[in-house]
Design a protein around this ligand. Structure first.
Ligand code: ATP
Length: 234
């Protein structure tokens, strides 16, 4: 069966500086995959490459069999990749519901609409007319996830969704992941919290200095293997 996402030997540069060195990755339909790795390992650069924010002209990235490398970000979004950006980036002058509906512009057919997002995050219902920025950090993260889901992506990309949130809130946010996958949406999360990544993902890729230092099923990787792949130490 066609993979949902495939990259082959992906590289990325910032001027003379090389940030990615030949990353091979796959995500299956319906799968939850996590990318872990220390600061500067290349995780965000990899996501930026997938979404068209980083140049990938002439490289091999396929989404559901369709080549997407070198396409503009809006074309990649239409093809079925939606990103929950680091820092959430809500529109401050718009209400929660208006922020959510922005994601619906040019949406694909699928299971996600306003009703489904409110079922996923019931806390947002009472806040729907509030400005997005009048919410707690966790609720803002829920809006950012809902906004990406409502476009009905084939693959939802999440960049460090737990960053800056309290442990209890992180738990609440991550409770949404099984519910999202239950509706058939595949998820690729970048996460610095290894325990959280292991708990939520079917498979893990660990990045170190722009390379995949380890990959495998979360249930089969040991803490020692991960520590070695994450820090390069025994
Ligand atoms: P973090 O968790 O800190 O976001 P990361 O794993 O996402 O780290 P990247 O942000 O992808 O890592 O960075 C990978 C490498 O590329 C780092 O060495 C970083 O300094 C470098 N880098 C990232 N963005 C730029 C840029 N705009 N210009 C130059 N170098 C950059």
């Amino acid at each position: 069966m066609t993979k949902l996402l495939e990259t082959e030997g992906l590289t990325a540069h910032y001027g003379d500086f090389q940030a990615l060195f030949g990353v091979d990755m796959t995500v299956e339909h319906g799968e939850t995959v996590a990318i872990i790795g220390a600061n500067g390992a290349g995780k965000s650069t990899f996501l930026r490459s997938l979404t068209g924010l980083q140049s990938t002209k002439g490289q091999t990235i396929r989404l559901d069999g369709q080549p997407i490398a070198g396409l503009a970000p809006d074309k990649i979004h239409k093809a079925g990749l939606a990103m929950v950006p680091e820092g959430r980036r809500l529109f401050p002058s718009l209400s929660v519901e208006e922020n959510l509906l922005i994601g619906a512009a040019g949406k694909r057919k699928g299971p996600w609409d306003l009703k489904a997002v409110y079922e996923l995050f019931p806390d947002l219902v009472a806040k729907k007319n509030n400005p997005g920025t009048a919410l707690s950090g966790g609720q803002q993260q829920m809006v950012a996830i809902g906004r990406a889901l409502i476009s009905n992506p084939k693959l939802l990309l999440c960049d460090e969704i737990s960053l800056g949130l309290a442990p209890k809130i992180i738990k609440d946010i991550y409770q949404a992941v099984p519910l999202i996958r239950a509706r058939g949406t595949a998820i690729l999360v970048v996460e610095q919290d290894v325990g959280q990544a292991m708990a939520v993902a079917d498979r893990i890729y660990c990045f170190m200095e722009g390379r995949v230092s380890l990959s495998g099923k979360s249930s089969e990787l040991t803490r020692a293997q991960i520590a070695q792949a994450y820090f390069g130490t025994e």
